[in-house]
Design a binder for this molecule. Structure first.
Ligand code: UD1
Ligand code: MG
Length: 422
């Protein structure tokens, strides 16, 4: 607060100044944990590469022992992906700090995440290189030669870079009530941990092909383990931050946290090749972004803050509004507003004197939820939005692991047959 990093809690009767940017502390601790964890991730590999026999975890065959030191067996590529995630997250932390301190314009900071994730994309290119997506069954007959895969090539890299821009920003704009930024990130991280854990359960294999084992690990086990290494400490620091940021907030998380959280999700999704699954966990954020487009692109005015308004009489939060008194909306906009109102997607106030629209609710999911549910207390509103996030995420994962089999003929969890190549 001494450094001027403070903000007013706009949702309280007497707006108190709170320390802003506490996400920087969480991010710094997170980065240090990730660095300190390196020896543990690679413990087995380091021992195998340097000490020869003598360790009980790794069984070495005679041919391996005869090669002397086994440095060439050390999985440099795995270390490469881990390091590039660190690179990306460090660059993101710097971007977030710069934004919190200097309040960058969005046109200056928009492409920075895409540049920050280049190390990750390079590792992806060298190590993995899969740029194909599976064609849904019903489209296969229309594909040339009945192809089951479409090769997107460079477009797939553009798609991954777009995810790295979208994820941090979409979390940052679904914000404005105590606990929501961290809460939604915790829910997404928790569901990703659940999703990755599914891949750790070995599934039946052919004992002859599998060194006598009746089960074999899923081919994506390693990348999903890596996902857990990155997400579990993230959940740790986020839980600590949530305790201080939940209603009534004692700190604000700042843009640093939102960017680092979104980028962490983008990193694991790119690294473990599940960027499309990630989008299923971002349903509320995607909705909020699409719904916000008219205000983000200034088709209709966008005030600096769109967070719900605090009603001092009731102590509840109500949708915040854009006022049109000075400059009434054009005919097209008026028609669009009335259509949205009929679909219960906006709240309008009509000025009885002029019979014109005088106020429209700001286009955010938080305000829309209040339009549907009526005024709510801040903590209740936050909890309901988190339940919505959980419900959408579980539905998304359910679709991913059940419907995908119907639509794509196979699921890469391997449950319904052989593993699909991507
Ligand atoms: C984004 C939203 C903005 C919203 C803001 C709230 C868009 C385009 N931008 O802007 O509409 O108002 O987040 O975070 O949708 N604050 C509270 N209570 C909270 C959280 C924040 O009062 O629980 C206020 C505080 O004054 C705090 C400020 O919001 O200082 C932080 O806003 P900031 O993160 O800088 O806003 P943006 O991310 O630019
Ligand atoms: Mg913000």
């Amino acid at each position: 607060m001494k450094a001027g990093l403070k903000g007013k809690d706009l949702g309280k009767a007497i707006p108190k100044e709170l320390p802003e940017c506490m996400g920087a502390v969480a991010s710094a601790v997170y980065l240090l944990i990730l660095i300190a964890f390196i020896p543990f991730v690679f413990y087995k590999d380091i021992v195998a590469a340097t000490s020869g026999g003598g360790n009980r975890d790794v069984v070495l065959t005679v041919t391996q022992i005869e090669t002397g030191r086994f440095l060439q067996r050390f999985p440099h590529s795995k270390l490469g992906s881990y390091q590039s995630v660190l690179n990306t997250l460090q660059a993101t932390t710097i971007l977030g700090l710069a934004d919190d301190i200097l309040d960058l314009r969005w046109r200056h900071k928009f492409f920075i995440p895409a540049i920050a994730c280049i190390p990750l994309l390079i590792v992806y290119y060298v190590d993995f290189g899969v740029t194909s997506v599976v064609v849904p069954n019903f489209l296969v007959p229309y594909m040339p030669n009945g192809a089951r895969l479409i090769h997107l090539g460079p477009l797939y890299y553009a798609f991954m870079a777009a995810i790295s821009i979208f994820a941090p920003n979409s979390i940052n704009i679904l914000a404005g009530i105590n606990g929501l930024e961290v809460g939604q990130s915790l829910v997404i991280a928790g569901l990703l941990v659940l999703n990755s854990s599914l891949y750790l359960v070995p599934f039946p294999g052919n004992p002859i092909l599998n060194n006598g084992y009746a089960t074999r690990p899923h081919p994506a086990t390693e990348s999903h383990l890596m996902t857990l290494y990155l997400l579990l400490p993230f959940m740790g620091v986020s839980t600590a931050l949530y305790i201080h940021n939940r209603y009534p907030a004692r700190v604000f998380v700042g843009d640093t946290y939102c960017y680092v959280a979104g980028m962490t999700f983008a990193c694991v999704a790119i690294m473990a090749h599940f960027s499309k699954t990630l989008l299923l966990l971002f349903i509320p954020q995607i909705f909020n972004f699409v719904y916000s487009v008219p205000q983000l692109f200034k088709i209709i005015p966008c005030p600096r803050h769109r967070l719900p308004r605090f009603n001092a009489r009731t102590g509840l939060r109500e949708p915040s509004v854009t006022k049109w008194e000075d400059r009434p909306p054009s005919k097209t906009l008026t028609a669009a507003f009335f259509l949205l109102e009929r679909m219960r997607l906006i709240q309008l106030t009509i000025d009885p004197a002029t019979n014109r629209i005088s106020e429209t609710s700001n286009l955010t999911l938080i305000n829309l939820w209040l339009v549907w549910r009526g005024p709510l207390r801040e903590d209740r509103l936050n909890n309901e939005l988190l339940v919505l996030q959980i419900a959408c995420g579980i539905l998304g994962l359910f679709i991913r692991h059940t419907m995908a089999v119907l639509i794509f003929s196979m699921d890469n969890r391997g449950k319904y047959g052989e593993r699909f190549p991507v």
